[in-house]
Design a protein around this ligand. Sequence first.
Ligand SMILES: Cc1cc2nc3c(=O)[nH]c(=O)nc-3n(C[C@H](O)[C@H](O)[C@H](O)COP(=O)(O)OP(=O)(O)OC[C@H]3O[C@@H](n4cnc5c(N)ncnc54)[C@H](O)[C@@H]3O)c2cc1C
Length: 486
Amino acid sequence: MHTPTYLTLDNDVRQLRQTDADSFATRISGGLLSAADSAYEEARKVWNGMVDRRPALIARCLSDADVQSAVRFASARRMLVSVRGGGHHIAGNAVAEGGLMIDLSGMRAVSVDARNRTARVGPGALLADLDRAAQAHGLATPLGINSTTGVAGLTLGGGFGWLTRRYGMTIDNLLAVTVVTADGEVRVASAAAEPDLFWAVRGGGGNFGVVTSFEFQLHPVGPEIYAGLVVYPFAQARQVLRAWRDFTANAPEELSVWTVLRKAPPLPFLPASVHGTEVVVLAVACSGDVAAGQRAARPVLQFGEPIGSALMPTPYAAFQCAFDPLLTPGARNYWKSNNFSTLTDSALEVMIEAAGRLPGPECEIFVAQLGGAMARVHPSVTAYVGRDARYIMNVHGRWSDPRDDNQVRLWARQVFQNAALHATGSGYVNFLTEDEAERVAASYGSNYHRLQTAKRRFDPDNLFRMNLNIEPAAQAAYSGAVQAKR
Ligand SMILES: Cc1cc2nc3c(=O)[nH]c(=O)nc-3n(C[C@H](O)[C@H](O)[C@H](O)COP(=O)(O)OP(=O)(O)OC[C@H]3O[C@@H](n4cnc5c(N)ncnc54)[C@H](O)[C@@H]3O)c2cc1C
């Protein structure tokens, strides 16, 4: 006699007989975990330590067939499905309370075709997996700046990093995907096959199905690039940020310079007296010829009087890990972000004022410099619409004591509000928190209606709703009810 367990979501409690779960388990090659399993606690964790959800089941998928079984199982029972790539999204959408987690972390394989400069990448691969495999051939594709991020979520939301100004966004280098859609079918989408689906997954997040394979275009990069950090005293922030803004407006596309306002970490090239005090950090990466990169980056040392700098020829794959120590998993995190088409003096003042009252030693204001190849793609070519963003500010609230939750979130929200006056109003779905569902439509702007239509075609019942959700066209009432229950 089996005791029935309860699988729930949507507050729509349904009984699942143990025999159902047992039979499902036989169809998942990596195994099916529930709270009784010793591996469950580790498997349910995501990057953001604020997220503490307990899925009913975790399906450790290792193949398309596993994913198909999981999608069909959840769909038949109307279970809330979450999909875990690298588990890095700030909103923690990889895990749902009481739901079925489709865990792809076991599908990390990367294979590089050096002759055709392409890579086929599993949906559990981390940026480091792809970077290392591609760099073995002196190749790379634009990814993000923290090597433990998942390729899957980063790509589906858009993806940008040090190579974006030169080679475009991650999605601009996506050639094809394999997707298990809500009906349990496997579809291959590219410019030639299923073009609507291919359009939608390039920025539309995990709304359209579970991607089980990505194929990317690669480009020659490195293996050494000219890169590193220049650190200025906070007292010179106004002068340095204005000079940075003016310089980046006309910088070559091989060069990216991002700004971080934070308390100085104990970097070896900084005097100990500066550690823990506010500074302006300029992170420099020049992906072209090293000598040309050195020449192009020289002005960055002349924005004021640097406290210290470490600019040098550096292996590209190593620079991709440079920020990892500041972004380790498990801390409490809350983000707010704005897109800017230009940075006015007033916008810079908002950042300087906010950095003067950082609520903790790990909090920071990060500003990515974009434009270049990313901006040359028309916003209608992919689902990602915010091509006009030349700078994206991400306010990173990061702390460890739950008693600081309110104080840090308040600070991040205030910076966002104060900067909003100077921003485009659009957003980047990969940076939106779980309380920002109202920003999704604005983030997709003129592409939102087409995304809703694609959603209705590929996921009419909104099975994939544990994400920055796009409501299926003409199903707003159903989806609204689902959202309200989340
Ligand atoms: C420390 C840090 C640094 C970052 N730096 C950058 C950066 O430089 N540039 C940048 O562009 N972004 C950056 N991001 C944002 C990052 O792109 C997003 O967090 C992204 O969603 C992470 O992908 P993931 O697979 O790790 O996350 P997950 O949390 O696993 O997934 C994110 C979303 O995608 C869905 N999803 C994941 N895999 C699949 C799949 N195979 N099929 C369908 N849906 C799927 C999930 O369900 C979830 O809704 C950073 C994030 C962090 C935490």
